[in-house]
Design a protein around this ligand. Structure first.
Ligand code: FPP
Length: 252
């Protein structure tokens, strides 16, 4: 697991999974939480350093009120039941997203979980809750613009590093691998700045059916990818240099 430091997952398909069984969408979310717990434990056991789960997007607030409250209740129940297990498994808990909209009791439990797991040195688990990448970028731009206006920074100091530090993900590296379940092929406002060089992995499996072994498959697939970050390396570089030489000889 040395080369992969951060896996992020868009846990999609709960609603369809439930509907396929003639059950309400919320039934899929209940199963989805159970799967999330298993995947978190598995990631910790594999020795992964960072796992980020898209639990609730800024757009999810526009879902029917009943579904939103079930999702918030599930979050509350998860934190009540699991914070102790996070500590036992040496997992440090983080969130990204605008928590001001989250019910007060959930916010309190989130803060409690962060404080109680702060000393844990294993997996860094980040829940994206009320999260939107565009909103996150607006926040970073506003903070930089304010400092620029107040003369705290100058224009030529603005660089990637400064932006990274002002995003909500400043506690972890960019994701190496982003997994999306349920056969949808998009990022849906998730980590769009951070995903610049992430490898993307899509599977048709609906999130409630996702198993530990499906994570293993995604990790194996990742290992076989050639990541060049826009450069050329190894064999490709040698081939290219040969071609260049030939071109030069032909006066191209
Ligand atoms: C997408 O499925 C899933 C969500 C909007 C919520 C994801 C949340 C969970 C799995 C629960 C995680 C919570 C904790 C506490 C770990 P969808 O409803 O969009 O499914 P659909 O695309 O089939 O409609």
């Amino acid at each position: 697991m040395s080369q992969i430091k951060h896996v992020a997952i868009i846990m999609d398909g709960n609603g369809r999974w439930a509907q396929l069984r003639g059950r309400p969408r919320t039934f899929g979310h209940v199963k989805g939480v159970r799967v999330a717990k298993k995947i978190i434990t598995h990631a910790a056991n594999l020795g992964l350093q960072n796992l980020t789960l898209y639990a609730f997007s800024t757009e999810n607030w526009f879902r029917p009120q009943e579904e939103v409250s079930v999702l918030m209740k599930l979050m509350e129940r998860y934190l009540v039941r699991e914070t102790e297990n996070l500590i036992k498994n040496n997992i440090q808990f983080h969130t990204i997203g605008d928590l001001s909209k989250v019910p007060t009791n959930v916010r309190r439990l989130i803060n409690e979980a962060k404080v109680r797991t702060a000393h844990c040195s294993g997996l860094k688990l980040t829940f994206a809750i009320s999260y939107g990448s565009r909103q996150e970028m607006i926040g970073a731009v506003q903070s930089i613009a304010t400092d620029l206006k107040d003369g705290v920074i100058s224009l030529n100091e603005i660089n990637e590093d400064m932006i990274n530090k002002r995003l909500m993900t400043s506690h972890c590296p960019d994701p190496d691998l982003i997994i999306r379940t349920s056969g949808e092929y998009r990022l849906s406002n998730f980590l769009m700045w951070q995903a610049s060089y992430s490898e993307l992995y899509f599977t048709n499996i609906l999130w409630p059916d996702f198993k530990e072994d499906d994570l293993n498959k995604a990790l194996t697939d990742f290992k076989n990818r050639s990541r060049r970050f826009g450069r050329i390396e190894g064999v490709l570089k040698t081939l290219f240099n040969k071609k260049e030489k030939n071109h030069a000889e032909l006066n191209f």
